[in-house]
Write a protein that binds this ligand. Structure first.
Ligand code: FAM
Length: 468
């Protein structure tokens, strides 16, 4: 065994890690398959499944393309395949067919905890299966073992001015992780297409594992919260992330993070961050480059930055109309936002047409853990007035709250009051979905993305002599 391990070590660090995992596996009789072992069984079957679907249906068409969709941000344009999660306009997100309450019920929990472990959600996104307690514990251990970030990435972060937005710092650090990409190295070494998924998997595991150290370092550098503690190899991912942010002793906050990461992880394939990761990954940019690009999209105020914007808006509202303001005063403030040509942050959605179940899950958490929090009460009051106003204003297709209307209030309650940091936590979570998608795209041999663009004159020419 030692000799064969040494020979793979000399080939590449990725091959060595794989061999180490299999060596560990074979030495424990009752050990259940690791995520990578399970994937290596699932990928060949799915390749055959996709071949069959394409042979049977590949030439069929559905959904006409309207010119409005070309000018209108491609709303509803069928263009992507992603099995990990599907978003229904009325019902909200399902992860591999499971609603948020079902995930909360079915996924393994930490001892004494009641929220799902994000490790389990990742397993579900990747395999479509509910993992065992042992399998999520192995994943926690694996991620803790991979959590250290290279010294030069620490230096990059330490040199960033605290005035550089945390999301820009986050994206810089993630992009720099490409220095040690197993995929980039394997590609340079001439890896066969059939094997792409394996170093992609290793990069994705490293990516997720390293995010708490990156997020923790940004938080402490920017907001002056002292030295980072070491990762605790015996604890789960969310506990370690909470500890790095300085909240490891607060079990309710750790539970919040478990729920937070789970519900923010994925929102089907077409949203800006998920689609950007897939698009950039399709050029065979490694997962660090692809996810760095996702983060830059998430940092926009119409997408992930909305959680920061909500808190800023709430605070401005409180400054203007005071705490415990009447419904009338809140309504006037909402109207003044709209009349100023601004959006009401945390409300509306490109796909959803009902209250976001991610909002509901957070509201239920708040009812259980912080029912009397004044800011939570204000969020409830806003929920009672904003939808009617957006309907009266007559523009927004969806007047209901989305995920970002609630998350900042929960974080603030536990003392994480620095709203410029909120989107970083969204980013840590979104890595789970983007990574799962990248692994499958490389597993199924997804091609380079290259949709067709048209000029306006070409559109006019196309319909010149046709009746309406
Ligand atoms: N406040 C005011 N106006 C709104 C609005 C809101 N919350 N939501 C939509 N509108 C407006 C929108 O700006 C557009 O106006 P114009 O015709 O002047 O361009 C009109 O209503 C039609 O928009 P839509 O078709 O209903 O929405 P879109 O699909 O174009 O955009 C959002 C979707 C999410 C960008 C939009 O609802 C919005 O800006 N919401 C506030 C920002 C926010 O909360 N973003 C986070 C979304 C979240 F789920 C996430 O990605 N993290």
């Amino acid at each position: 065994m030692a000799a064969s391990l040494r020979s793979v070590f000399s080939r590449s660090p990725f091959a060595a890690r794989t061999a180490f995992h299999s060596a560990r596996f074979s030495s424990t009789v009752s050990k259940q398959p690791t995520l990578k072992e399970r994937l290596s069984e699932l990928i060949p079957a799915e390749i055959e499944n996709v071949k069959r679907i394409r042979a049977e249906h590949g030439k069929k068409t559905f959904g006409p393309v309207a010119v409005d969709q070309l000018y209108g941000g491609m709303r509803g344009l069928p263009a992507l395949i992603w099995d990990g999660s599907v978003l229904d306009a009325e019902e909200g997100i399902r992860f591999r067919g499971k609603s948020i309450p079902e995930c909360q019920h079915l996924l393994p929990k930490a001892p004494g905890g009641s929220e799902p472990l994000p490790e389990g959600l990742f397993w579900l996104l990747v395999t479509g299966e509910i993992p065992t307690q042992q399998q999520v514990e192995e994943l926690s251990k694996d991620w803790a073992a991979r959590a250290a970030i290279p010294e030069f990435v620490e230096e990059i972060l330490d040199r960033c001015p605290p005035t550089l937005h945390p999301m820009s710092q986050f994206s810089l650090a993630v992009t720099a992780l490409n220095h040690d990409s197993a995929f980039a190295k394997a590609y340079q070494d001439g890896i066969s297409k059939k094997e792409y998924w394996s170093p992609t998997f290793e990069d994705c595991m490293d990516l997720i594992a390293k995010l708490p150290n990156i997020a923790g370092r940004i938080y402490r550098n920017v907001f002056g919260q002292g030295k980072l503690p070491a990762i605790d190899q015996a604890k789960d991912y969310s506990h370690n992330l909470a500890a790095l942010l300085g909240f490891g002793d607060n079990e309710a906050f750790v539970e919040l993070l478990r729920l937070y990461i789970t519900i923010h992880s994925d929102h089907e394939g077409g949203n800006v961050s998920a689609h950007t990761g897939k698009l950039v990954g399709s050029a065979l940019s490694d997962p660090f480059l692809a996810f760095g690009a996702s983060l830059n999209g998430l940092a926009g105020p119409l997408h992930g930055l909305a959680n920061q914007e909500v808190l800023i808006w709430l605070r401005k509202m409180q400054d203007k109309i005071g705490e415990n303001a009447s419904d009338e005063a809140v309504k006037d403030y909402v109207w003044s936002t709209l009349k100023g040509g601004q959006v009401v942050p945390g409300y509306g959605h490109a796909v959803l047409r009902k209250t976001d179940p991610r909002y509901t899950a957070q509201r239920e958490f708040a009812m259980k853990h912080l029912p009397d929090d004044p800011l939570f009460k204000l969020v409830g009051q806003i929920y009672n007035v904003v939808p009617d106003i957006l309907l009266q204003a007559g523009k927004a297709k969806n007047p209901w709250p989305n995920v970002d209307a609630h998350s900042g209030v929960l974080l603030t309650h536990y003392g994480l009051t620095q709203m410029q940091f909120y989107t970083v936590l969204f980013g840590v979570s979104r890595a789970f979905g983007v990574a799962a998608q990248l692994i499958w795209d490389r597993g199924l041999g997804a091609p380079l993305e290259r949709p067709k663009s048209y000029s306006s004159s070409a559109i006019e020419m196309m319909f010149k002599d046709k009746q309406a």
